[in-house]
Write a protein of this length. Structure first.
Ligand code: MEV
Length: 443
């Protein structure tokens, strides 16, 4: 029976662990050993990780893999990917190699504007509110100067502040809808600090605005927060080649492959059940790079999926066409990323990943991440429309199954060889390892 606890966050790390293992585990010692197994022996490094969040008890590892041979705007990259799904890095690498031989990926950043909002309730005359807004707007800029000073020096800052009437959605509801340029920072802290200052200034100044009635002066700030929906922080990634160049084997012609591929994308454009899985495959690539480079993958996920439904129905993020014998496959997605601030200067593996990517600006990172997503989708659709997904997927999953059986090196080597020519399924692996063990034991 579990129990509640007060003051948990104030306990030392070892006391926290004691409480957890004693409360939840039948074998407290075993549980403690597993937790400790993942501690880093370098105490400073461990402390750094402990201090990222509250109540840290251990580290949670994900593999960091790399996908080489990505040619993006004629520059070669090896892309770091933090992900647990067995086939993702292999698929990215395969797609990179495929497009390396066909001119590589072309990318452009379309826009970099981010949004934040102050949501408030105003009970009164909209005309008076508009007059107040016109008067207070310069003050909003002025009173955030200490926050925006450095960003402005580098060429960013607050782009504009708009007053929006949302009363047709909710009675008396208005917004300050603010656009920002945050350059190489993802900008969440910068934006939220500006918004909270706007809210303070707005509320304070309203109390002194003579054209307001006493009720109108009482503006009720509901909240001030950035938006993770960034449809104007947009990047485009594209590949193209002649359809003859599209096939690299004898089983399917370039034209047949292109047609099937375009159909597969069209299905994802019109069919939400398919679109969600299609886009999930894109996010396999995107999240892995976002995570490896210390960015907020939840923010990216939320923003990307909102964008995928911007026309009222959830749809494919990628598009494909064949025109005049040329196959083109592309994607435009919103990505708010940073290469300074947050974890980027703190986490040693994030720093390493960024260096591996030639220390990109946020704009460059947007392009690399978009390419990882497009490549992943290409690899998935290529398998789906030709061999089926399981062939490649299960091949990569083989090692996981073998590890479940605690296979030794000899067994891994023998069975990896065996499954080069046999279909991997869970039962086929079970059978093969059982047979191998019987054979080895009887020798
Ligand atoms: C699996 O993680 C991703 C795929 O399902 C994506 C897709 O179906 O396009 C293979």
């Amino acid at each position: 029976m579990s129990k509640s606890i007060s003051g948990f966050s104030k306990l030392s790390k070892s006391k926290k662990i004691d409480w957890i293992v004693d409360t939840y585990f039948s074998n407290a010692e075993d549980a403690k050993n597993i937790l400790k197994q993942y501690w880093n022996t370098d105490e400073k490094l461990q402390q750094l990780h402990d201090e990222f969040i509250e109540n840290t008890i251990t580290n949670y590892y994900l593999p960091l893999g790399v996908a080489p041979n990505f040619l993006i705007n004629n520059k070669l990259y090896t892309i770091p990917m933090a992900i647990e799904e067995s086939s993702v890095v292999a698929a990215a690498s395969k797609a990179a190699k495929f497009w390396l031989e066909r001119g590589g990926f072309k990318t452009t950043v379309i826009s970099t504007t981010k949004i934040g909002q102050v949501h408030f309730i105003f009970k009164g005359d909209f005309h008076a509110l508009k007059q107040f807004f016109a008067k207070v707007k310069p003050k909003l800029f002025e009173e955030t100067e200490s926050i925006t000073k450095n960003m402005k020096k580098r060429g960013g800052g607050i782009i504009d502040i708009e007053l929006r009437d949302k009363t047709s959605d909710i009675e008396n509801y208005y917004q300050l809808h603010v656009s920002f340029e945050t350059l190489d920072a993802m900008g969440a802290n910068f934006i939220n600090s500006c918004l909270e200052q706007f809210a303070k200034t707005f509320k304070k100044e309203a109390l002194e605005f003579n054209l307001f009635t006493e009720e109108e002066k009482q503006i009720d700030i509901i909240m001030s927060i950035l938006s993770n929906y960034v449809p104007n922080c947009l990047v485009r990634a594209e590949v193209s080649c002649s359809i003859e160049d599209l096939s690299d084997n004898d089983t399917i012609s370039g034209e047949a492959f292109a047609n099937k591929f375009v159909q597969a994308v069209k299905i994802a454009e019109v069919e939400p059940y398919r679109a969600v899985t299609h886009n999930k495959g894109i996010m396999n690539g995107i999240d892995a790079v976002v995570l490896a480079t210390g960015n907020d993958f939840r923010a990216v996920e939320a923003g990307v999926h909102a964008y995928a439904s911007r026309n009222g129905s959830y749809s494919s993020l990628t598009h494909a066409k064949v025109e005049n014998g040329i196959f083109t496959f592309w994607m435009e997605i919103p990505l708010a990323l940073g290469t300074i601030g947050g974890l980027t200067g703190l986490h040693p593996l994030v720093k390493l990943s960024l260096e591996l990517l030639h220390k990109p600006s946020a704009k460059e990172l947007m392009q690399i991440v978009a390419v990882a997503g497009l490549a992943q989708n290409f690899a998935a659709l290529r398998s789906l429309t030709t061999t089926g997904i399981q062939q490649g997927h299960m091949k990569m999953h083989l090692m996981n199954i073998l590890n479940q059986f605690e296979a030794n090196d000899f067994e891994k080597k023998t069975l990896t060889e065996h499954f080069k020519n046999h279909t991997v399924t869970h039962s086929a692996v079970t059978e093969a390892i059982t047979e191998l063990r019987i054979k080895t034991n009887s020798e």
